[in-house]
Write a protein that binds this ligand. Structure first.
Ligand SMILES: [Fe+2]
Length: 460
């Protein structure tokens, strides 16, 4: 009989896996946010720098234009000043200044008094790049303003008559107003592309997350697709390698555990020559029922192993009770009835054997709820437990024990039929009886099945 064991697939948590990768706090979201802010800041900063360069150019151009205006003004008003008619010069200056766009101008006399409106009071600053453009007229710069200083000849000396300031408003670069919208669009586009790029590059992470989740639940056979960027693909490959090693180690450990349990079960049966081979026969009958119910291969394997180990809990029963060559007393029967729960504890100690533990625990439950250890009834008893209950009782009836002779097959089938609906699941009992009466499945050796009436027993 095959005792091959394949670990069962563990359930995974809903909501985990690839969905978690797209959580707002995921790397794609963070990367997109960072890239967006960075791109926006760089665009805005770059725009500010270019605007300054552009503004400097405009200022230089404007200054040169202003300087040309001032030079013309200086030449035009030079003669009137020389001949002592400053008021005419001022009138001409007014007209001339109004003709220059975006320009403000003011003029101070030699004592610092404003001769044109809006002029600052007094000025002791030194003119930059001072040069004489005509007799009595000096031209230079003072900060952003172009300065014209007018002098008049008095007693053979040129004395300052007044100082003219010209200041021109600089126009902003045409594109300057578009910096903020440009930075916003750059941020948005960068964020979208970064999100798509990171999502595409790291798309293998979601499935890898699911694989690791399942590994945490004891399933080392889930695999993730090797997709995404190079680093992610390598990570997935390495994870698969590790899972292979861990899975193989787990399978070996489980197989050793199961084979140890089977060996222990056989040892218990071997103590009593009458029960030797009982578990193997129960397994055969159980699998026959499972196949009739169209169990798939995984479920048949669980049923096969559960039936083989259904009495493993008898390891906890003392030999004087287990091997007693007569019917048990009530106290001894209480001890014997502990073996289903003992089997449950033994088999549930290792992940992947939970279903087998359920079979060991429930194979003495009865359809009407009068069984043990829990006294559950009907469909509350695991189906595999109900199957093994029939197989266990049938083999116990038709084989010889130290406290009873073997029973004829037909007689045993009549008992199972009679107990359908009380001890046994009625549909399963009918299926099994029909199957055996039609000659299907395993048949014990004729010599072990005399046609003698059995005695009632408490050792099922
Ligand atoms: Fe049992």
């Amino acid at each position: 009989m095959s005792t091959a064991f394949r670990p069962k697939t563990a359930p995974s948590k809903k909501g985990s896996g690839s969905k978690s990768f797209f959580k707002p706090r995921g790397i794609a979201f963070k990367g997109a946010l960072f890239a967006g802010v960075l791109a926006g800041a760089l665009t805005w900063g770059g725009g500010q720098y270019l605007m300054k360069v552009d503004s400097d150019g405009i200022a230089k151009e404007s200054g040169m234009s202003l300087l040309a205006h001032a030079e013309v003004i200086a030449k035009e008003i030079g003669n009137p000043i020389d001949i002592g008619k400053p008021n005419q010069a001022l009138d001409r200056l007014h007209k001339r200044l109004r003709a220059i766009p975006r320009t403000t101008a003011f003029i101070l006399d030699a004592e610092g008094k404003a001769l044109l409106p809006g002029a600052p009071e007094g000025d002791s600053k030194t003119l930059d790049s001072l040069r004489e453009v005509s007799p009595g007229v000096l031209l230079g710069g003072l900060g952003h303003a172009k300065v014209l200083e007018i002098r008049q000849e008095v007693r053979g000396r040129l004395l300052p008559l007044g100082t003219l300031y010209l200041r021109q408003e600089l126009p902003a670069p045409i594109w300057a107003g578009g910096i903020i919208p440009l930075a916003q669009w750059t941020s948005l586009i960068s964020a979208v592309f970064t999100f798509l790029f990171l999502s595409f590059s790291m798309r293998g992470v979601g499935r890898l997350h699911r694989v690791l989740d399942r590994a945490g639940a004891g399933d080392f056979y889930e695999r993730a697709p090797e997709v995404g960027c190079y680093e992610i693909r390598e990570l997935v490959k390495k994870t698969h390698d590790v899972m292979q090693i861990v899975g193989a180690a787990q399978e070996t450990a489980q197989r050793v555990y199961v084979e140890t349990a089977i060996a222990l079960s056989k040892t218990i049966e071997a103590k009593d020559r009458y029960t030797s081979g009982h578990s193997q026969r129960v397994t055969i009958y159980s699998v026959e029922i499972g196949e009739s119910l169209n169990f798939d291969e995984d479920r048949l394997e669980t049923l096969r192993l559960g039936a083989l180990l259904h009495d493993i809990g008898k390891v906890a029963v003392p030999d004087d009770v287990l091997l007693k060559p007569a019917s048990l007393t009530d106290d001894e029967f209480v001890i014997m009835k502990r073996h289903p729960m003992a089997g449950d504890r033994i088999l549930s100690a290792i992940p992947g054997l939970r279903d087998m533990a359920d079979i060991a625990r429930s194979h003495h439950e009865k359809w009407d709820g009068t069984g043990y250890p829990l006294g559950v009834a009907g469909d509350s008893i695991p189906l595999e437990g109900r199957i093994v209950a029939i197989a266990d009782a049938y083999d116990a009836l038709i084989t010889k024990r130290s406290y009873k002779p073997a029973m004829a097959i037909e007689k045993a089938l009549n008992i199972i039929e009679a107990d359908a609906g009380t001890h046994f699941d009625p549909q399963l009992a009918s299926l099994f009886v029909t199957m055996k009466r039609s000659g299907q499945g395993y048949k014990p050796l004729p010599s072990s099945v005399p046609a003698k009436e059995p005695k009632k027993s408490k050792k099922l």
